[in-house]
Design a protein around this ligand. Sequence first.
Ligand code: MN
Length: 140
Amino acid sequence: MNIEPRAPTRKGPAGWFTGDVYIDAVLGRKGEPSRIACGWVHFTPGARTAWHAHAVGQTLLITEGIALVGTRDGRVIVARPGQVVYTPPGEEHWHGAAPDNFMAHVALYEGTADGDGATWLEHLTDEQYAAAVARGHRTE
Ligand code: MN
């Protein structure tokens, strides 16, 4: 066994996120038969992903702050540290911080034979985010 070398924190690409997001790789893909990968992602207040889907699903473990996770049908999950949010294969969704605090989650997902399995779509609009914040707070 060993302590894995720690890669530098990298800025989340603008094509994938709105606002400032920082990614620490926890586990890169080791190669077949393993396809699992894991990242620890920090979102500044109000930052969120674009709409996207994962070919083999995704599990998020919230580690800090309040997370919002939304789907195309308008549902918004509000999750706190220690809670786990699962997104099934192919479901279009976004995840991000509440407007007034940092949020961090560990993201676990499986790639496909030829990539990370993520399909990135359009950015969440400010209106969609504001509606999700309002909807999420109503379900508190
Ligand atoms: Mn996701």
